[in-house]
Design a protein around this ligand. Structure first.
Ligand SMILES: [Zn+2]
Length: 381
């Protein structure tokens, strides 16, 4: 047994209904799990001691939506977009070509750098999707490599129709449901479909998700990013853990979400990076929808590895309060992944802890672009 005391905490955000947010606090974790939290003056002793120096301490961020495994970049897409040219240069196809051609070693090295960046920004749990292979071999290869870094791996063979199937939509859907799913399933926990304009229809998404669920995977969905395409209704109907983007959501769809257990995962980095209109998160909270935010880390539409930066966009442009944004980036992400052991610092939770160089968590929104993450502790490392 080894215990560590974090003391001199100016503000401790636990996300635990009983503990709440404490000032002048201390926290103890033992063998990777939270074992005590309370006033610093009454803290028991422990083997090790960390001084928070009056700073704020929060749960590690849970990034429930990333496309972190790929090769190459999409700088030309970005430049074209910033110059006012439509999303017309290479697109996802560029990344698919580079990823198929990359060796395991180069993909692994690249992902390792991304993961280091995630952790430096306080992300202690991250999901990783496939979706840049779009053939049987590469999709399973991406998931096998991603699984070396996280247990939250997602099969996204249904990202877009690859160019070689441009005239055989049915053939590609059958491949995804068949041999691609077969090869991917041993390395995946989740299955996802990009259900939107220019990607897969609601009926196609249902067919693919149903096949994945029959294979033992759990479902999540990209929906309502580019239009009202039925993704939210499908996610609720299939009781999926999360429907992601929800940029276009009507009041009645928010009612459906609120009545279901499905989390709405908003992705501020996508609207930010593509100069698209932001959804108004206050509508979601007024309806009582469970909300998460995630980085959507990917080379095309959100090359952002910083959850604090995403929080600052969520607050400034999507009308989250700083408290709602922090909860969405921690507890919300955990709910979107169906996890109760992370996203909070209640007794027994995994000791995923972020120490901030700031007196309160609101500084995450107040000081965009500054590195306020001072130290990151990950309970399972
Ligand atoms: Zn995505």
């Amino acid at each position: 047994m080894s215990s560590t005391l974090i003391t001199n905490i100016g503000q401790l955000v636990t996300n635990d209904p009983d503990l709440g947010t404490l000032t002048n606090a201390a926290l103890i974790y033992t063998d990777g799990k939270i074992s005590w939290a309370g006033a610093k003056s009454s803290a028991p002793s422990a083997d090790e001691r960390i001084d928070a120096d009056g700073g704020s301490v929060i749960p590690g961020f849970v990034d429930s939506h990333t496309h972190a495994i790929f090769a190459g970049d999409r700088l030309n897409d970005f430049l074209a977009r910033m110059n006012g040219t439509k999303y017309a240069s290479g697109g996802i196809k560029t990344t698919v070509e580079a990823t198929r051609a990359a060796s395991d070693e180069s993909l692994r090295n690249h992902l390792e750098n991304v993961v280091t960046e995630f952790i430096e920004h306080g992300i202690t749990t991250f999901e990783i999707k496939s979706g840049y292979g779009l053939d049987v071999e590469t999709e399973s290869r991406l998931l096998r490599l991603a699984k070396e870094f996280t247990e939250e791996t997602t099969f996204l063979g249904a990202h877009v129709i690859p160019s070689e199937f441009a005239n055989d939509r049915r053939g590609y859907i059958d491949l995804v449901k068949g041999s691609m799913l077969e090869a991917a399933a041993p390395f995946a926990k989740w299955i996802d479909v990009f259900c939107d304009n220019g990607a897969f229809t609601r009926d196609e998404a249902k067919e693919i998700l149903t096949a994945g669920v029959a294979k033992g995977l759990r479902g999540r969905l990209h929906g309502n990013q580019l239009g009202d395409t039925g993704g939210i209704e499908l996610a609720v109907e299939m009781k999926l853990a999360s429907v992601d983007h929800c940029t276009y959501a009507t009041d009645s769809q928010l009612d459906l979400l609120a009545a279901s257990g499905t989390v709405a995962t908003l992705l501020p980095g996508a609207e930010f990076s593509t100069r698209s209109p932001y959804p108004d998160a206050s509508r979601f909270f007024e309806k009582g929808v469970k909300v998460a935010i995630a980085t959507d880390f990917n080379p095309g539409s959100s090359y952002i590895a910083s959850m604090p930066f995403v929080i600052s966009i969520a607050v400034r442009d999507m009308y989250f309060t700083p408290e709602q944004a922090l909860r969405a980036a921690t507890l919300g992400g955990a709910q979107a992944l169906g996890r109760s052991d992370i996203g909070h610092l209640g007794i027994g939770a995994r000791a995923d802890i972020v120490l901030l160089e700031a007196p309160s968590f609101e500084y995450l929104a107040y000081r965009p672009g500054s590195q306020l993450v001072k130290q990151v502790l990950v309970g399972n490392l």
